[in-house]
Design a protein around this ligand. Structure first.
Ligand code: ADP
Ligand code: ZN
Length: 432
């Protein structure tokens, strides 16, 4: 079952043909903007034509700094009158990155979103509760319009206020909900505090989780807690937001919609394509956006293409879950460490709760990695020798995984301060 069969199962040859046509149209549109209008490679490609999709590699990359640098209008490729919405990041570290949409763009985005949800088994008979923040964050409105296009009964609940979320779920019989994964552990705790079990006391059968890195172990926990299937949703505001890549009901990687994007994975050092199946940085070009086309955007997200065809019949390639962002990586005692490696270890342990954070400190002129780990209530109350053993066990497991010996601090459930929105996992207080 497909949302748009002709496009979703299109054979690779015709899919690439469509990409080439759309790439040419995108370049012609892009040069209307101040930024791309000045770029010789793009003007040259328009003159000589694009004949195969590999030729995208002749075009220059666009980085987050480029987007910030030409703030606020440099990337706009249509008349301002035509623009009907913008989304932007918060801009705490400089100019925000802003993305503009005209009516066509919003319609195309809503359609990709509906296609994605349909692939994950969501139907118009479902009641869909969106627990993402509405506003400039794309997880709110992005899902909203997709869910409406699909025809579900939508509940635009917004983020937070767990008691109200639970009440909405129970009052209206929510069957599918969307949230960032780091929120769901907290929501589950509130269910428990209220004497409720989401497995028995709601009609939920599906959760859609995304917007931040999480491990397979974390997904399995969420599925177990809520008694649902949890589907991975990937997107970024520069490429619209959610609806870029999504798991189908096979749950074996995220189909990335190649009629809407040219997708490359490059070695972030050499900037050359990695060999198929290797991990590298995801680079994306929009193929169906008019107000603000973006060419070869360096996402900084690390992933790889998964080999083989998907049983669902969709021909769009699948990405492995995002291993992290290149800028999430930190160097500790000469070793490269990704927070997700640590999460993978922690989430496998039944004693460990849902929250953790990594503090990098300089203690007596030595750099140390302190991992604070919330332990579930029953275990935390247990006797000290149990906690002592658990602490040693985690120390060994993490050292084996990242090759750095951590200092493990076991803490009570709920004691790690929560961040608004996406979880922040690493705090670097080292003396430089
Ligand atoms: P910000 O860069 O401010 O977080 P966005 O809201 O556009 O802005 O977030 C996009 C980023 O979120 C992606 O580039 C990626 O790093 C992360 N992300 C989104 N979805 C997922 C996912 N399913 N798994 C891992 N990371 C994700
Ligand atoms: Zn599939």
């Amino acid at each position: 079952m497909y949302w748009e069969k002709e496009l979703e199962v299109l054979d690779r040859k015709n899919l690439e043909k469509l990409q080439v046509e759309r790439l040419m149209a995108t370049l012609r549109q892009a040069v209307n903007s101040q930024y791309y209008g000045k770029i010789p490679e793009i003007n040259k490609a328009i003159k000589s034509g694009i004949h195969s999709i590999e030729q995208v590699r002749e075009l220059p990359f666009t980085t987050k700094e480029d987007l910030r640098g030409d703030f606020p209008w440099g990337f706009l490729a249509v008349d301002k009158r035509e623009v009907v919405r913008l989304h932007s990041s918060s801009g705490t570290t400089g100019n925000p990155t802003v993305v503009y949409h005209n009516r066509h763009d919003l319609d195309s985005w809503a359609n990709l979103m509906a296609r994605s949800l349909f692939a994950a088994g969501v139907r118009d008979t479902d009641v869909f509760q969106n627990m993402a923040g509405y506003g400039l964050f794309t997880g709110g409105l992005g899902f909203q319009y997709g869910v409406e296009k699909l025809g579900c009964l939508s509940i635009p609940a917004g983020a937070g206020n767990s008691l109200r979320q639970i009440k909405l779920m129970r009052d209206y019989g929510t069957t599918v909900a969307h949230a960032i994964p780091s929120y769901l552990g907290r929501l589950f705790d509130v269910f428990k505090e209220e004497g409720l079990d989401p497995r028995k006391d709601t009609k939920l059968h599906t959760l859609v989780i995304g917007a931040e890195p999480h491990t397979e172990e974390h997904r399995l926990r969420i599925q177990e807690m809520f008694g649902v299937k949890a589907y991975n949703s990937f997107g970024l505001s520069e490429m619209n937001g959610p609806g870029v890549a999504f798991e189908c009901t096979e749950q074996n990687g995220l189909h990335i919609w190649e009629d809407a994007y040219v997708v490359e994975i490059i070695d972030p050092v050499t900037l050359q394509p990695v060999t198929d199946g290797e991990i590298g940085e995801l680079v994306m070009t929009t193929l169906d956006r008019r107000a603000m086309p973006v060419i070869r955007y360096r996402t900084r997200d690390l992933t790889r293409f998964l080999p083989g065809e998907c049983k669902c019949g969709r021909t769009h390639r699948r990405l492995d879950r995002i291993a992290g962002r290149s800028d999430d990586m930190f160097i500790m005692k000469g070793c490269n460490v990704f927070p997700m490696q640590i999460e993978g270890v922690l989430m496998k342990l039944p004693e460990v709760g849902d929250d953790y954070r990594i503090m990098l400190e300089t203690i007596d002129d030595q750099d140390e990695m302190i991992v604070e780990v919330e332990v579930k209530k029953d275990w935390f109350k247990g006797d000290l020798s149990v906690l002592d053993r658990l602490q040693k066990h985690i120390t060994h497991l993490i050292r084996d995984e990242v090759l750095v010996r951590p200092l493990i601090k076991l803490v009570e459930p709920g004691s790690i301060p929560k961040t608004e929105g996406k979880a922040v996992r690493v705090f670097d207080h080292r003396k430089k």
